[in-house]
Design a protein. Structure first.
Length: 132
């Protein structure tokens, strides 16, 4: 999982099991960030459309901007104004593509997750150094 700032510079990254749902790891992703400043908004795909997650992030002072799933039964909790910010998600997708330039990350050869996560952090560091 990857958390970036508004320019696409990685702030937080860690790996989880492929069997776990990503939604359960979003709060951990925010907790392990390298900056002291808490993000104001979280842009995520439809997989994170959960009311309990929206409530948890609102308690932290973070606005979740996520399009609603088509199968959602409850009424929408955000209007179209907030979803206009979702069009900036391309910056996150660009950062993910930068990470995939590293062959070591594109095909996982490591048997241990902590080794793979180390290479993810190294690739994020290389992206950060390219910006400065």
């Amino acid at each position: 999982m990857l958390l970036t700032d508004g320019q696409g510079i990685p702030i937080s990254a860690f790996t989880t099991s492929a069997q776990d749902a990503e939604v359960n790891a979003i709060e951990t992703l925010i907790d392990v960030r390298v900056t002291k400043k808490r993000p104001r908004r979280l842009l995520y795909d439809k997989a994170a459309d959960a009311d309990w997650l929206r409530d948890a992030l609102e308690r932290r002072g973070i606005e979740q901007i996520t399009p609603h799933r088509n199968s959602r039964r409850k009424a929408s909790r955000q209007d179209g104004r907030a979803l206009r910010r979702y069009r900036h998600r391309w910056k996150i997708e660009r950062t993910i593509s930068w990470l995939q330039y590293q062959r070591r990350l594109l095909v996982r050869h490591e048997r241990h997750a902590h080794l793979f996560e180390g290479f993810v952090h190294l690739a994020c560091l290389m992206i950060c150094l390219r910006w400065f």
